[in-house]
Design a protein around this ligand. Structure first.
Ligand SMILES: Cc1cc2nc3c(=O)[nH]c(=O)nc-3n(C[C@H](O)[C@H](O)[C@H](O)COP(=O)(O)OP(=O)(O)OC[C@H]3O[C@@H](n4cnc5c(N)ncnc54)[C@H](O)[C@@H]3O)c2cc1C
Length: 291
């Protein structure tokens, strides 16, 4: 087990891509999340998964419990605004009756899953039913309005015409159905970020059983950390069955060095923000005047 101050604990890190062509057609990167959940469902490791599907407005995610391959495929692709995945955790075991729940989500959501398992207040019977947690790398997220402003006002594209969005190589990328590609420097998008993201001390979903993102791997491939026994069991079986193709992370560019650099940048910067916020009024007001 490797324990890195910025990348968390993991047993293995590889660059990988799904071998499922249908999943890859609309996957954000290497189709790792969807393929893993489909595999886990087919193998009976999970009996459903909480994923970010389509909401009421274009590119607004809504979490739902996927019970089939078809459902899981509907959630492919990254939506850069908040999908309250954890709101369905209890629901998945109650209304949907799942005994083995799969859950996908960003770093803060993986933290929430583990907190719910450790301190199951109002989560009776849920902790033992989390069967597979797949976390996403995440530098930041945006409120819906902010994402709309970025895409419609700054990139000049209507949200309903967008095929894919991506953050990478220092830019925010917008791809439309008609083939337009607009890039914005991240200095334009920074001010629209969700303020809560600025106190997050995790970039690579340290608490997932498996975590994945694009950074570190070539286009169309994903960087994958295997972190727990549960993660290792499902991953090694899937690889042995040819569900994924993999390359040692040391053999791809830009590799782990870039992942570490970005994780360090996020965490060091946010640690400062945490320190600054300790001096905000609300904390001062809550301090006991007699101590
Ligand atoms: C807000 C956000 C910021 C990210 N930032 C980075 C980053 O800085 N660097 C990096 O390398 N990768 C980042 N990622 C992860 C990356 O964009 C891909 O989601 C990841 O590589 C998985 O790709 P895939 O092809 O395996 O997933 P797919 O097979 O396409 O499946 C995507 C999965 O993501 C889930 N999902 C989509 N949107 C959301 C959402 N808003 N909240 C919770 N879950 C969601 C869906 O449930 C779905 O299961 C970010 C993702 C999000 C949601």
């Amino acid at each position: 087990m490797i324990a890195d101050p910025y990348l968390g604990k993991y047993t293995t890190c590889v660059s990988a891509r799904s071998t499922d062509k249908e999943i890859l057609q609309k996957a954000q990167d290497g189709g790792i999340v969807t393929t893993l959940m489909v595999y886990a469902l087919e193998q009976g490791i999970i009996d459903g998964a909480i994923v970010a599907g389509k909401g009421d407005r274009p590119w607004q995610p809504r979490p739902f419990v996927a019970m089939s391959r078809e459902d899981l495929l509907k959630a492919r692709g990254t939506k850069y605004n908040i999908s309250p995945q954890i709101s369905l955790l209890k629901e998945a075991t109650r209304s949907f009756g799942l005994d083995k729940v799969g859950v996908t989500g960003v770093c803060c959501q993986m933290q929430a899953v583990r907190k719910a398992q450790l301190y199951p207040i109002n989560m009776r019977d849920v902790p033992d039913k989390i069967a597979l947690a797949v976390g996403l790398f995440c530098m930041e997220n945006f409120p819906y309005k902010s994402m709309q402003t970025i895409v419609e006002d700054h990139a000049g594209q209507s949200l309903s015409s967008v095929k894919k969005m991506e953050i990478g190589k220092g830019k925010f990328w917008v791809y439309t159905e008609r083939g337009n590609v607009v890039t914005l420097p991240l200095k334009v998008t920074h001010k629209y970020e969700q303020p809560g993201c600025h106190v997050c001390l995790d970039y690579v979903s340290n608490l997932g059983d498996i975590s994945t993102g694009s950074v570190g791997s070539p286009d169309g491939w994903s960087t994958v950390f295997i972190r727990t026994k549960v993660g290792n069991d499902v991953w090694s079986k899937a690889v042995a069955e040819g569900i994924f193709e993999t390359k040692p992370i040391e053999e791809v560019k830009p590799g782990l060095e870039l992942v570490t650099k970005l994780a360090k940048e996020k965490i060091d910067k946010n640690r400062k923000t945490v320190e600054e916020r300790k001096t905000f009024g609300i904390n001062k007001a809550l301090q006991n005047p007699y101590t």
